[in-house]
Design a protein around this ligand. Structure first.
Ligand code: SF4
Ligand code: SF4
Length: 474
């Protein structure tokens, strides 16, 4: 809770929205028209979100604007209100009572991907995630005309009712797998029939990767190979385990090759990011507490995560919910390591199998910006014999996946995906390597929609193939 009295608003205009012109020389366009109903239908919210945020965090921003060029939404729209600096202005002005939480303000804040590229760029150390995340939770709690955005069928039955539960997800994917076998998925994309489905369902249908029959679940324990160097737990995820179980197997095998005993707690659940980033904090906290019980952080050297978004959420357990249980959540957060971060620290055992491939590496936002894991995946991949990595322009600019953003903000997500795909094409690489399931789905969809098949691999899959001396599957 804040203990700081807001400073007088001398440098800030009474309307944060009105600040867009003096703050930037970039052309100002109206992004609130993106995927949004007419303003007149929606009432202004009188509640003042942001009250739980430490006020000093707003004051860290000195309005220098050095972050704007790294912000994907600002790069696309050129609107100051879609930049980190503009959004910090808006949140602070709403909190201070100098700006109403109008529909326009809401849209500028909803359009933020929470990619945290602004944190990497900011020389003043602004902790943007600690501003936007609680602000959006409170904004959601304030509701819109008494109805929260998360009260709709899509949040209730799909995002909150299906995605966090891998068993339910696997059952729901059975008809999708059948449809793929019958070629219906191809028909949907080729003919544009997907556009006739409700917008978010249509996008979900086109996001699905080629669905293989799910392999067996990971056992509760996998023993280290050779000399034992560490004991780790593996976080298997929800959507990740339902769609990419092979990546979990690959991660476990790579850890074994590197002398790690791997435990896979059976009672682990979704990290809570889906709920939390949609502004639904309490169910996310309940999931965090279940994971605290399931992982017993004191019994392992590290808890390994292979999905950037989940890793980022798990590392943030310590500060999201102060109060009851915070110490236990912090203890788990302190043990969380991205798989490549952990292996690079441990010292990767040299893989021997040659992988004849030219690939490029896409930095997942929640790895490079939120977790500051940039060099480690490149370091471990550089040890794979035969693999040639070529740099990707704008590698650190979000591809538009951003958790469930590509379902809730399709227009901006699509613009960013096309931009990413263009940059990938320019590298001439045969494959893209990335450490986040969401990026995989988003980039693969962008290629598929343009009639291309793009090979996308997780760093652990590449290492696993090399350790097992297997070729890249066609
Ligand atoms: S967030 Fe950082 S980089 Fe951006 S305007 Fe504020 S101080 Fe400058
Ligand atoms: S989190 Fe990403 S989209 Fe949001 S303001 Fe920062 S750079 Fe822009």
């Amino acid at each position: 809770m804040t203990t700081t009295t807001p400073r007088p608003a001398s440098p800030l205009p009474t309307s944060a929205l009105a600040s867009s012109t003096p703050l930037t020389s970039a052309p100002v366009t109206d992004t609130v028209s993106i995927n949004t109903p007419p303003t007149a239908e929606l009432p202004v919210i009188t509640a003042r979100p942001g009250g739980s945020i430490d006020y000093e965090l707003f004051l860290d921003c000195v309005h220098c604007g050095l972050c704007t060029a790294s912000c994907p939404t600002y790069v696309e729209t050129g609107n100051e209100n879609d930049s980190p600096r503009g959004r910090i202005y808006l949140m602070r002005a709403v909190r201070d009572g100098r700006q109403d939480l109008t529909h326009e303000v809401r849209r500028h804040l909803e359009l933020c991907l929470d990619c945290r590229a602004c944190e990497t760029a900011c020389p003043s150390g602004v902790q943007y995630g600690k501003l936007i995340e609680p602000f959006r939770v409170e904004m959601e709690q304030a509701g819109q005309g008494g109805v929260a955005k998360t009260d709709d069928w899509f949040h209730k039955y799909i995002l909150f009712g299906l995605f966090p539960y891998p068993d339910k997800m696997r059952r729901a994917l059975v008809p999708a797998r059948l449809a793929q076998r019958l070629g219906l998925e191809w028909l949907l994309v080729k003919t544009g029939l997907w556009r006739l489905l409700p917008s978010r369902l249509g996008r979900m249908a086109t996001l699905l990767p080629k669905l293989a029959r799910p392999g067996p679940p990971l056992p509760a324990f996998l023993a280290a190979k050779g000399k034992r160097r560490a004991r780790v737990a593996l976080f298997t995820g929800c959507v990740g385990d339902a769609m990419f179980r092979e990546t979990n197997w690959a991660t476990a095998r790579v850890l074994q090759e590197n002398g790690c005993d791997v435990v896979v707690p059976e009672n682990q659940v979704c990290c809570g990011a889906i709920h939390f980033h949609a502004g639904s904090s309490e169910p996310a906290r309940a999931m965090a507490d279940t994971n605290v019980e399931a992982f017993d952080a004191s019994s392992v050297d590290a808890v390994i995560v292979n999905v950037a978004g989940c890793g980022s959420m798990l590392k943030d357990y310590g500060h999201h919910w102060p109060g009851n249980g915070a110490a236990e959540r912090s203890a788990l957060a302190d043990k969380i390591r991205d798989c490549s971060e952990f292996l690079d620290d441990l010292g990767l055992i040299q893989p021997r199998g040659e992988i004849r491939l030219t690939a490029t590496y896409h930095d997942a936002c929640h790895l490079v910006h939120a977790q500051r894991v940039r060099d480690q995946p490149r370091n471990v991949l550089s040890k794979v014999p035969g693999l040639k990595l070529v740099e990707l322009a704008e590698s650190e600019l979000c591809c538009g996946a951003a958790g469930t953003y590509n379902l809730t903000e399709p227009e901006m997500a699509e613009r960013l995906a096309r931009r990413k795909l263009d940059n990938i094409r320019r590298t001439g690489a045969q494959a893209v390597i990335t450490g986040n399931a969401g990026c995989y789905l988003q980039i693969a969809r962008a290629a598929r929609m343009e009639g291309e098949v793009l090979k996308i691999l997780h760093p652990m899959e590449v290492l696993d193939l090399s350790y097992r001396r297997l070729p890249i599957p066609s």
